[in-house]
Write a protein that binds this ligand. Structure first.
Ligand code: GTP
Ligand code: SPV
Ligand code: MN
Length: 591
């Protein structure tokens, strides 16, 4: 092929096939150079796909407004196209691969006519590291190219690392007409292939992210003996300068980015506590030569929720967005050509356009930014990015934390009795739905390990894989916890202050990992004694209030039983006996 950046036969053959299918007017091999990216930014601005923001206030930043019908992941149109339906399992939508390929090829045929095919080589994980996996995404969207340049390690060095290997993930994205009725996000685990059509929204089209790093990678992890998880990774440095690494799985828009960049409360800062961000959304975890669990963030940037991000809730996230960032579906402040979103500050702009591009000034009570508006920011912009961010070995994990958004039932924090009980705790997680996916918001649903929309194979096999990993880890297995920052009072207000104050809970978790804190055994696991959560310096919050959110209400937990039973029934004989036994123990404990 003309101007090809590789001689890899499997790459060239696949691209030639896709060129014949999509029929682009032009082909551009993305090399990752700043020069090439700058030309694409200029072109994106000339077509209106991007708007250049104030170079003094937000250097290198752009605004992108999506189509009105294309603002979130579409779980109902996301398919696992495994050979056998059973391998997709009861929690995924399945389509037979032959049928899916035929359907998608019909949609993609000629889809690049009059357009350019961009060929994006990218690495998930530091190039050349033992964690790294490579992918090539074909797209007709400049927004996708520029976003992938932030979110992944992208460029021609990937071809050098790949050599002539056939071990890479194929990704084809076609914007088409952004027609919701023809929108499909399809995964073919047996072919390491992803095809996404009729969308331009992040999670549907930045194919390195959820499609590859979770749905395809979870399949690879199962085959190769590792875990691909919807988890943040943070390092908590204490007074002595010792850093403990924690991985935490919360469903979409339930606080991963915020926890990963936590600023400790003043009394902790004075003592030298610090949180270092290794990752905010995805963790790949392998058993290292020392027998411990090591984690790597395969991404290179943050695709974070904008609304709610401010100098008080998450200053380091906000600072991360002050240069070389793409904003999607936020408010455009026309006075100074900057951006705004709900609760960024108390001064919504007067002369502005909302995420739909309409004149907007907040006086009609409508939201200016879409609730799922996002920033795409380089990880290196983050003041608290970990020194281990690019470490080829990853970081050793001491604790795994599950968590959801539950107004009642789940206490602020509890610890599982052991690994298998921890897998049970993860498997019965439930959380209120958010704007990160289309559909109703605020509905409680089971979302095991925060992987419901992202596990690329049968969830029963996934639970079994977790149990298998625990066996291999043995004594070295991280301790497993569950947290809930979102308990509400009778008026619907959050009881726990959250954000930076979540460190108070992390501190207890670390002390438990060091056998340095006591706990009370309850029906669901170990809960802290209220006295063991440090409340120093916390205003308007007392130990009595803390006790209310540490409480395990047996009546509420009994009310969970039917829901768990119903959920578990879906898995039939694929539900591991270990989890069945853990469930029996819970029921017995609640008697
Ligand atoms: P995805 O990128 O969709 O995977 O989301 P995420 O899990 O990274 O969630 P994020 O940190 O962006 O937080 C989502 C929303 O939850 C934001 O509106 C936050 O302000 C809010 N939030 C985060 N942490 C807390 C907390 O400790 N307490 C409360 N009350 N809200 C929180
Ligand atoms: C999520 O929805 O969990 C996200 C955003 O992190 S997306 O990339 O759209 O999946
Ligand atoms: Mn996410």
């Amino acid at each position: 092929m003309k101007n090809a950046l590789t001689t890899n036969p499997s790459v060239l053959k696949w691209i030639e096939e896709k060129v014949a299918l999509t029929q682009p007017d032009n082909i551009l091999w993305i090399d990752g150079s700043e020069e090439q990216l700058e030309a694409l930014r200029a072109e994106g601005c000339s077509t209106g796909e991007l708007q250049k923001l104030n170079e003094e206030k937000l250097p290198g930043c752009y605004l992108h407004l999506s189509a009105l019908n294309d603002v979130a992941r579409v779980e109902g149109r996301t398919f696992i196209c495994s050979e056998k339906e059973e391998d997709a399992g009861p929690t995924n939508h399945w389509m037979a691969p032959d049928k899916a390929y035929a359907l998608l090829e019909n949609i993609a045929r000629g889809a690049y006519k009059g357009r350019t095919m961009y060929i994006i080589p990218y690495s998930m994980g530091p190039v050349g590291s033992p964690f790294a996996k490579y992918g090539i995404e074909l797209t007709d969207s400049i927004y996708v190219v520029l976003s992938m340049a932030i979110m992944t390690r992208m460029g021609k060095e990937v071809y050098a690392a790949l050599g002539d290997s056939n071990d890479w993930v194929r990704g084809l994205h076609c914007k088409c007409d952004i027609d919701e009725e023809k929108r499909y996000i399809c995964h073919f685990p047996q072919d390491n292939t992803i095809i996404s059509v009729n969308s331009g929204y992040g999670g549907n089209v930045l194919l390195g992210k959820k499609c590859f790093a979770l749905r395809i990678a979870s399949n690879l992890g199962r085959q190769e003996g590792w875990l691909a998880e919807h988890m943040l990774i943070l390092g908590l440095e204490n007074t002595e300068g010792k850093t403990t690494y924690i991985a935490a799985a919360f469903p979409s828009a339930c606080g991963k980015t915020n926890l990963a960049m936590l600023i400790p409360p003043e009394i902790y800062r004075e003592k030298g506590y610090k949180v270092w961000c290794v990752g905010d959304d995805i963790a790949w975890m392998r058993i290292g030569a020392d027998g411990r669990l090591w984690a790597c963030n395969p991404e290179n940037g943050f695709f974070g929720v904008a609304p709610g991000t401010n100098m008080k809730s998450n200053p380091d996230a906000l600072i991360s967005t002050q240069k070389n960032t793409i904003f999607t579906n936020v408010v455009h402040n026309l006075d100074d050509n900057t951006v705004w979103w709900e609760s960024m500050d108390k001064n919504p702009p007067k002369n502005a356009e909302n995420w739909k591009g309409e004149k907007w000034d907040c006086t009609d009570g409508s939201k200016g930014a879409h609730p799922n508006s996002r920033f795409t920011a380089p990880a290196k912009n983050c003041p608290c990015v970990s020194s281990e961010f690019d470490s080829p070995a990853g970081v050793p994990i001491s604790a795994i934390v599950f968590g959801g958004r539950r107004a009642k039932t789940a206490p602020l924090v509890y610890q599982s009795r052991d690994w298998n009980h921890g897998v049970f705790v993860g498997s019965i997680m439930a959380s209120e739905t958010t704007a990160a996916a289309t559909g109703a918001v605020g509905v409680v649903r089971r979302d095991p390990m925060a992987m419901l929309p992202f596990c690329g194979y049968h969830m029963g096999d996934y639970f079994a894989h977790w149990i298998e990993m625990g066996k291999k880890l043995g004594e070295n297995a991280p301790k497993i916890f569950n947290v809930n920052w979102f308990r509400t009072d009778d008026e619907g207000n959050f009881v726990w202050p959250g954000f930076g104050d979540n460190l108070r809970v992390l501190e207890w978790i670390v002390r438990r990992c060091e056998n340095n804190a006591d706990a009370k055994e309850t029906a669901i696991g170990y809960v802290p004694f209220a006295e063991d959560i440090n409340l120093d310096g916390l205003k308007d919050f007392d130990i009595e209030t803390l006790k209310t959110i540490l409480e395990v209400d047996k009546d509420l937990w009994r009310a969970e039983i039917d829901g768990i039973a119903e959920f578990y029934a879906k898995f039939g004989n694929k539900l591991p006996a270990t989890l069945e036994a853990e469930f029996a123990t819970l029921k017995n404990n609640l008697k």
